[in-house]
Design a protein around this ligand. Structure first.
Ligand code: PMP
Length: 323
């Protein structure tokens, strides 16, 4: 979306961000052009959804603690300390959501970053850290309610020996961005990356799953995937609620073409059915029955509509956007 697009402007006007220890209107939350993270991607961030529950007027955030645990692991990798405990980060997030006031689905973006305004310095340990958190209205991540088309990317997933992909590090996302941009330019909805061994890794912002009979396979964590929070959730739901077998293993590219069902998982993408890969239909090209069952289980859980899973949710009560 081009800068200044009207809908984005409305969102920015209404939001409240946390930056440098203070809550400020999103439109005033700025950093300088010498900020280290802007030049080199030295940030560790999270993508969190706030799911609006119209019936009880509350915003539900799923597995917030797990998101911040992952962010802090990324901080450790980058010699960063955001300066807040996980409990404090959770409180800041609730406050940002409540002050922003949006009564609709939102996306929450916390990021710890090298905030020092020093450009020609590649030594992480000599640079100061900052932390910010913002929330914006958010609908579908992938512009499709049906099964999507995917392309196996020509870019390979970055290896742990290059930039560790098990953390959400800002600079790492150039890899995803190049793959996704090419896929969309060629008419696909999403790219699937292979790792340096040539095995299936993940989508550009999603983990990947394959269904065959009563078994669901997904690339193991050593395949250079991000340890997805939705990935963990889906594994548990498939095992415990559907009684399916889960295999975390190396997955071959050819399995992409022959699986009965393929789906992607991510906080932004939720559980997304894949209808085709490289122009070959997966199953009948629609959303498969196991994918559908998992979606039917997952959506009520993250929206606070399944009492069994309420303990995995953090609640905020936004009172309406000021705009
Ligand atoms: N892989 C990548 C590369 C991602 O960016 C994401 C989104 N965070 C995921 C997988 C899915 O992770 P999660 O379910 O924790 O959102």
């Amino acid at each position: 979306m081009a800068p200044g697009h009207p809908t984005q402007e409305v969102c920015i006007m209404a939001g409240v961000a946390f930056l440098n220890g203070q809550y400020v209107p999103l439109e005033d939350a700025k950093v300088g052009i010498m900020t280290h993270a802007l030049h080199y991607g030295t940030g560790a961030f999270e993508g969190i959804r706030g799911n609006w529950n119209e019936a009880d007027g509350k915003m539900y955030m799923f597995k917030l603690r797990e998101h911040y645990e992952r962010m802090l692991r990324g901080c450790k990798m980058l010699w960063m300390d955001p300066g807040y405990t996980i409990d404090e980060l959770i409180q800041i997030t609730i406050e940002v959501v409540e002050r922003s006031g949006f009564q609709q689905d939102i996306y929450i973006r916390p990021m710890a970053f090298k905030s020092e305004e020093k450009v020609a310095n590649l030594n992480l340990r000599s640079l100061a850290d900052g932390f910010m958190c913002l929330a914006v209205p958010f609908g579908n991540y992938i512009d499709s309610d049906g099964a999507i088309s995917c392309q196996v990317a020509s870019y390979r997933r970055i290896d742990d020996t290059m930039i560790p992909p098990r953390f959400k590090l800002s600079g790492l996302y150039l890899n995803s961005i190049l793959a996704k941009t090419d896929a969309i330019a060629m008419g696909f909805d999403e790219a699937i990356l292979l790792n340096m061994d040539g095995h299936v890794c993940e989508g550009t912002g999603e983990n990947i799953f394959f269904v065959d009979g009563d078994t669901i396979a997904t690339p193991s964590l050593e395949s250079n995937v991000l340890p997805g929070i939705t990935r963990d959730t889906v594994i548990a739901l498939a095992r415990e609620e559907l009684g399916m077998k889960i295999e975390e293993r190396s997955v071959d590219r050819s399995e992409l073409y022959t699986a009965e069902e393929v789906f992607l998982t991510g906080t932004a993408a939720h559980i997304q059915g894949v209808g085709s890969v490289d122009y070959r239909n997966v199953g009948d090209g629609g959303i498969g029955p196991v994918t559908r069952k998992l979606q039917d289980l997952y959506f009520p859980i993250v929206r606070g509509q399944n009492p069994k899973y309420m303990h995995q949710l953090t609640v905020a009560e936004p009172k309406g956007a000021a705009s």
